[in-house]
Design a protein around this ligand. Structure first.
Ligand code: GDP
Ligand code: PGA
Ligand code: MN
Length: 584
């Protein structure tokens, strides 16, 4: 056993020799350790105390204004063979990448503490879980990792038992965008991140491990690591169906995971259970169904837009023990963002609020909170076996063309729907906002290998003995001629989920169209919505000419991945295109 622990100690010593910290702290994950870190961060200004009467245990962190989102152009996936990274990733030769980033790590922790964070992604006792160790010089990262993962002693014990873990090295560095890299070495199961303290760039268990590295582990081991929420829908008979849904960042995962049923549904006894809001690891069980766990233990949610009317579960979750990043503050020192009542006095950069400077809270401002504080947190989230998935949903921000909901005729068609996904860009990553781009399965920034191989891996689950979930595509963001959303969204999305579950249970007929199955007349319950009749028909309208152009664009997109794109997906694209021509 000693040799397994040695592997960890040897690596920690190697890192310390390079970064030369004054002190090394092995995190045990205890409450006392967290409180001590908070105390130190309050003293040096890393954290600012918020109103402890209204928000006990809540603190504000203001990041460097040049460091407010994930940086996709500085994120590299360094396979030995460039082709393995695919055109969907930035690639650097691993030897060159190590040399480049190691030079930045040289002496970077001098005079400061180096924290060693053993963590487990997923329930500690689950065979689906995987462990990692993050080394960082940022106490803010330690505090966030304690909320977002199962961190500390128990994780270290599992690592000592198993001997294998993902290595993550992080330093906040000088926060100079010119000296910032997020590097992944899939073959070495290693991550090195320098120069950013923000979210997915720095909390290495999340996007770097649980998606980019884990997607490689998943392919090798026969499972799926996906950018999906997991939600349980309990009907009035007490049956719970689990749905996993992939939407790009800031396109509604957290909201759907914490959905509050519309009043009529609530009265009838419908309940919604939150299992995860961002990442889903799925693997076939002995019965051929896919079983999913949420590898995370907390939420790193988008603050703006979170309110009692949109997501009161999230709002209740974050009333205590929460770290806020880049939100605004009110006169009585409460956290504030666009969408909340009241007025801000200080903006996210700590300046007196002036609308001329833009929004008071940064559009990508966030809350970090333990999932256990969510009123709808599911006890199944701790289940080592995971939950069986009945439906997989893809979706994005599509102002036109894409209907409110459609169902794939079979698994291969569903994989095409996921591959063809597009969405308008959001503030979750740096760069222009509102530009339509393809984001296959919401994994464009997170798939740690060639998209062609990834689609082939998805297709490989369709084999005898499997009882695969149905696949759907949704669009909450279709707009009418007036430029407003046609669909009210949020809690009302349950109406769409109910139709999906009815389809999965064989209780809804659906209507075949060339692009997929949509709800037949009367199958989507719209009572009490006051939707204008035109809105309803527009939401499910299929514009044949528009779809033909879309299918051409999808064909070109698939072709851009070259010979690694499975032929099966080309055939599927051609099948749908032919169906459209025939329908004309
Ligand atoms: P995530 O990053 O994918 O988890 O996205 P969030 O759930 O945090 O939502 C991102 C933004 O989309 C927030 O501003 C939400 O208010 C908004 N949003 C979420 N769900 C819906 C919806 O059903 N309809 C509309 N119109 N907006 C939504
Ligand atoms: P998200 O994740 O953008 O998917 O919400 C946040 C982050 O990784 O910074
Ligand atoms: Mn989210």
């Amino acid at each position: 056993m000693a040799s397994k622990l040695e592997a960890l100690e040897r690596w920690v010593n190697e890192v310390a020799a390079r970064t030369r910290p004054a002190k090394i702290h092995w995190c045990d994950g205890s409450e006392a350790e967290y409180q001590q870190l908070v105390k130190e961060m309050l003293a040096d200004g890393t954290l600012i105390e918020l109103n402890q009467e209204t928000h006990p245990g809540c603190y504000l962190h203001r990041s460097n204004p040049s460091d407010v989102a994930r940086v996709e152009h500085l994120t590299f996936v360094c396979h030995k063979n460039q082709d393995d990274a695919g055109p969907n990733n930035h690639w650097m030769d691993p030897t060159e990448a190590h040399a480049k980033i190691d030079a930045l790590f040289d002496g970077c922790m001098e005079g400061r503490t180096m924290y060693v964070i053993p963590y487990c992604m997923g329930p500690i006792d689950s065979p689906l879980s995987r462990c990692g160790v993050e080394i960082t010089d940022s106490p803010y990262v330690v505090a966030n990792m304690r909320i977002m993962t199962r961190m500390g002693k128990a994780a270290q014990e599992r690592i000592e038992r198993e001997g294998s873990f993902v290595k993550g090295l992080h330093s906040t560095g000088e926060l100079d965008p010119e000296r910032r890299f997020i590097m992944h070495f899939p073959e070495e199961r290693t991550i090195k991140s320098y120069g950013s303290g923000y979210g997915g760039n720095a909390l290495l268990g999340k996007k770097c491990h649980a998606l980019r590295i884990a997607s490689n582990q998943a392919r090798d081991e026969g499972w799926l690591a996906e950018h999906m929420l997991i939600v349980g829908i309990e009907n009035p008979q007490g049956d719970t169906h689990y749905v996993a849904a992939a939407f790009p960042s800031a396109c509604g995962k957290t909201n759907l995971a914490m959905l509050i049923p519309p009043e009529g549904y609530r009265k009838d006894g419908w309940k919604v259970w939150t299992v995860g809001d961002d990442i889903c690891w799925m693997r076939p069980g002995a019965d051929g169904r896919l079983y999913a766990i949420n590898p995370e233990a907390g939420f790193f949610g988008v603050a703006p837009g979170t309110s009692t009317s949109t997501n009161s579960n999230a709002l209740q979750s974050i009333s205590r023990n929460t770290i806020f990043t880049n939100v605004a503050v009110t006169a009585d020192n409460q956290p504030w963002w666009e969408g909340l009542p009241g007025t801000p006095v200080t903006d996210w950069q700590g300046r007196p609020y002036d609308p001329a400077n833009g929004p008071a809270a940064h559009p990508n401002s966030r809350f970090t909170v333990s999932a256990k504080q969510c009123p709808t947190w599911s006890e199944k989230a701790e289940d080592a076996q995971g939950v069986p998935i009945d439906a997989i949903v893809f979706g994005g921000r599509r102002p036109s063309l894409l209907p409110l909901v459609m169902e794939a005729r079979d698994w291969a068609h569903g994989v095409l729907m996921g591959a063809a996904m597009g969405s308008e860009t959001t503030a979750a990553a740096t760069g222009a906002v509102g530009v339509l781009r393809r984001d296959s399965m919401a994994m464009k920034p997170f798939c740690g290998y060639h998209y062609g191989d990834y689609f082939a891996h998805w297709l490989s689950f369709d084999k005898p003995g499997m009882k695969l979930p149905k696949i759907f595509h949704v669009n909450w963001f279709r707009k009418g001629k007036d430029g407003k959303f046609l669909w009210p969204g949020f809690g009302e999305n349950l109406r769409v989920l109910e139709w999906m579950i009815n389809r999965a249970d064989g209780k809804a007929r659906g209507m075949e169209t060339p692009i997929g199955i949509i709800p037949a007349e009367g199958e989507l319950k719209l009572e009490g919505l006051n939707l204008p009749r035109e809105a309803t028909s527009e939401l499910l309208d299929i514009d044949t000419a528009g779809w033909q152009a879309e299918l051409d664009a999808i064909g070109e997109y698939l072709a851009s991945f070259g010979s690694r794109m499975p032929e099966r997906l080309h055939q599927e694209q051609q099948r749908v295109a032919r169906g459209l021509s025939a329908a004309e």
